[in-house]
Write a protein that binds this ligand. Sequence first.
Ligand code: ADP
Ligand code: ZN
Length: 729
Amino acid sequence: MPDPAPPLIAEVALDCPGRDTYSYLVGDDLADVLAPGDCVRVPFGPRRERGFVLALGRQPGPPGVTLKPVLARQKGVRVPPALLRLIRWGAGYYRCNVGTFLAGAVPAAVRKGTRARAERFVCRVPDFAGELTRRQRSILAEMPLEPILIATACHRVGCAPTTIEKMIAAGALALSEKRDVREVQLETPDERHPLTAEQEAAYAAVAASLAGDPATFLLYGVTGSGKTLVYMRLVEAVIARGQQVLILLPEIGLTPQLAARFRRRFERVVVWHSGFSEGERAEQWRQVASGEVDLVIGTRSALFAPLPAPGLIVVDEEHDSSYKQDADPRYHGRDLAVVYGAQLGVPVVLGSATPSLESYDNVLRERYRVLLLRERPAGGKLPTPTVVDMRGEYTRTGRPVNVSGELLTALKTVRERGEQAIVLLNRRGWSPVVRCLACGETLQCAQCDISLTYHRGADVVRCHYCGHHELMPGSCPTCGEKTLTTRGIGTEQLAATLGEAVPGLRVLRLDADTVGTRQGHAKLLRAFASGEADCLVGTQMVAKGLDFPRVTLVGIVGADQGLNVPDFRAAERTFQLVSQVAGRAGRGKRPGRVVIQAYDVDAAAIGCAIANRVKTFYTHELALRREYGYPPAGGLARFLWRGEDNARVQTVCEEHGALLRQAGSGLTILGPSPAGMHFLQGKYRWHALIKAPSRGAIQAFLDRLMALGWLKCRSGVRLAVDVDPYAIQ
Ligand code: ADP
Ligand code: ZN
């Protein structure tokens, strides 16, 4: 008798701390179908877990151990090999368990096999002429002809599912089998313009690298320079080659308008982000994996869309810090996109009007190739901003002023001419501080080192970190006096102030409080675009990617607000914000105006943004980063310990500190010390920052730490490692 063949063994990555993979036996029933990238169920201790097969091989099992079998395979879920390779790379670089990384990359609905069919969709019946109540009729008016999830419909129109059921019974709405994975449609013009010479050159450079010689490009173009048109032409070229394109955007807030522009031009497009229902996401994953989609547009997690043959990756607004994920896996979407492009051998285009210092530095080091767009093809000059020194406003009026006379006058003019304005204030709510005039105490969140923000509409005070909220107290919780007053201004108050100060000004507010849902965001933008309001007031949501030809005035209230944050990127962010917002004005035929209010008007970040002295700012800022050893002039890693018992956290992190020093001799180690935000969501936080001459040196340090056995936590304390951290407070 011949020897029996050695058993087939699968290496499976599980979302459990500890080892990267565990070995399981593959039975005959699965032997022919199982492949790396498959999602499987396996026994793990007393539980059953879902994991992904990383490798398969026939080999003798480990001696003396009886391997447990793979129980089942999830049909229709196979992470493509190239994506699996990227994820394994990312897990190594960001020091995250592979299984945890995969759990973060593949939506839960896909892993669990949620069916879209289990969810019910409704749509409006066209030409319905039956009887309805007034309320039902107003609901009907809001309902689309396209099928949407019942849950989504209820959320959008603010009614209960039973109301929808009644309307189905009345014949006004119909249940539908059809699945809807589309967004609210925004009106967009046809944009098949001939490219300008600059655009053509940028397009040609990237197009040439599609066929070989892949590179990373920085498409550095002022706002309104037509970067999107360049992307569109590239998408065409890639589709013609039978490949797919991935376009990453920073935030949900950007997607409705940009996605609509791509939809207008391309057929097989999927918008990819976490706002969809479980079933919809599973359906999208299947569509993308099966090659039915040419273009995926989405936020950072869209990088893990299972495209069979990506031919180009675009990262728009590459400087945006929301590309960095602030929970495990703590990857940076842009950086990982660059790695993915190199692994695939396809070009990566990073687009921005205000590149990150990292990308700017990579251009200087000739790692990225820069493509410049200096003109605005649709016309419109970059406006020259006016700076209002708010210290002068105070001296002039003798009282604290939130909105300068200059901005008010400009708003009046806008109103009179029937134009539109956008005013940004990067802080929501009515007032960020509630203080007692008698005892001087401010209202603080009980769970966080953060003062509570007053929201007048709901008459509540809210913690903007953990979301805790309570009714605004009638008297001071500390001393009992009825002397609580609000200090400072947020978007809610700003909107009210502007509406009162400028007669007839119709103000629309765009921030996390008014948006609510993704659909809500698109709706607000549509309302503004159609002229239902003269002025859009909002947080940095209004700064991004909006293109409204009738906007002739942009105001920034508190432009220097972000400078007082203890973060080495504070100046860079302020520079980017001011430059971005300024770029929103004057995109149409009429010239634009920008009014910037600040106290610290001499700050380089503001001065350079206003005078468009880009090079001066980057040179100045890079020199500072070199001096202090911060990225991009060096590598950075952060260790964060959290726990409910402060003394215990301190003990653990001080023990760990000794190991960090051992592994990091020759490097700069700051801490462990209490984090800038020491108390958040009921947990005490301590941290340590490791500075090294390069990213490679950080990796070498982490390898040494691994060789020393890594850092072992005790119960009650959790440790997070953040490679290339953005949040350092
Ligand atoms: P960016 O993304 O760089 O801010 P957009 O791609 O949004 O710029 O373009 C700004 C405006 O200019 C859009 O309305 C777009 O249709 C228009 N535009 C872009 N390229 C051209 C062109 N070659 N000819 C005419 N209009 C153009
Ligand atoms: Zn809180």
